[in-house]
Write a new protein. Structure first.
Length: 302
């Protein structure tokens, strides 16, 4: 039955090259799977250290506000030490850092109350993320277990895609008897666009929208990948596709910039001139959330 099948004899160097490439892909898969698992354990440790620092600070704030066996000043030595230690927490939120620094600078009791509410919300959020990671590591669901197998595949797939792009580039250049400047431009543009697309497919496979910035990065990555579909039009579309991808890439720097701090006091600010405490943007958000909580409590009492 196999007599009619045409076979193509392979030379020893070719077989050795194919075997080396297969071993390389297997090593990439195993290494990438191990790295992803180690990153999850590292993230759990960071969350746990941050929760410990936050809980210790929250406890000291509670003691300071209640003044249990302490002098009238809520900023006792243990609280100041806890505030300073919390600034080195691995997952320290920038808004929490601003509030901690404001408490250390101004020693205002009202700021402690705002910081305590913010810490409660942050601890709940970090504890939920830690529990989710522990669930993925120790008792994953059906979909999570499947994703743990599929996700490391993107490393060998990316390596295969890059090897194919290099091979395609060499073949296209060799096929042209005397490649003109235009041929070099369009072939090089398609090669560069392919590398960018491969890189963002890999980034997208590892991304998690933990923050608004992370969600923005995911959306831009999807747009960059979808732009590569216009290569189906033909080789002449390659420079335009590359241009669109570069514009989206530059747009990412614009969208990922932190918001302007219009609330930051400047030299000559009225509040600074009158020695009144300046409320930062993070504290404004905390005050608004506290007002919402009070309104909910009033509605329930009614």
């Amino acid at each position: 039955m196999l007599a009619g099948i045409n076979t193509f004899p392979l030379s020893v160097p070719t077989i050795a090259l194919i075997a080396f490439f297969i071993v390389l892909l297997l090593w990439l898969y195993i290494y990438h799977a191990s790295t992803l698992k180690q990153n999850k354990y590292r993230r759990v440790d960071e969350l746990q250290d941050t929760l410990y620092a936050y809980s210790r600070l929250a406890g000291q704030i509670t003691l300071g506000l209640q003044r249990e066996g302490l002098p009238g000043e809520p900023f006792h030595g243990a609280l100041i030490l806890a505030l300073q230690e919390s600034k080195s927490a691995p997952c320290l939120n920038p808004h929490v850092q601003e509030q901690i620094q404001a408490c250390l600078n101004e020693r205002d009791e009202s700021r402690l109350e705002l910081l305590q509410r913010r810490l409660d919300r942050e601890m709940a959020k970090l504890a939920a993320e830690r529990n989710q990671l522990l669930s993925i590591l120790h008792s994953p669901s059906w979909g999570q277990a499947l994703w743990q197998i599929v996700q490391p595949l993107f490393a060998p797939l990316a390596a295969t895609g890059i090897a194919f792009l290099v091979y395609q580039f060499i073949v296209e250049i060799d096929s042209a008897i005397t490649p003109s400047v235009y041929d070099w431009i369009v072939i090089s543009a398609r090669f560069a666009s392919g590398l960018i697309t491969t890189a963002y497919i890999y980034i997208l496979a590892l991304s998690k929208p933990r923050t608004d910035a992370g969600f923005t990065n995911i959306m831009l990555s999807i747009l960059i990948i979808l732009a590569a579909l216009f290569h189906l039009i033909g080789l002449s579309a390659a420079p335009y596709v590359l241009g669109v991808q570069l514009l989206l890439f530059l747009l990412g720097f614009r969208l990922s910039k932190p918001p302007s701090r219009k609330e930051r006091p400047y030299v000559g600010h009225p509040d600074l001139m009158t020695n009144r405490p300046v409320i930062h943007h993070a504290e404004v958000l905390a005050i608004e959330e506290a007002k919402k909580d009070q309104d909910l409590v009033k509605d329930k009492d009614r």
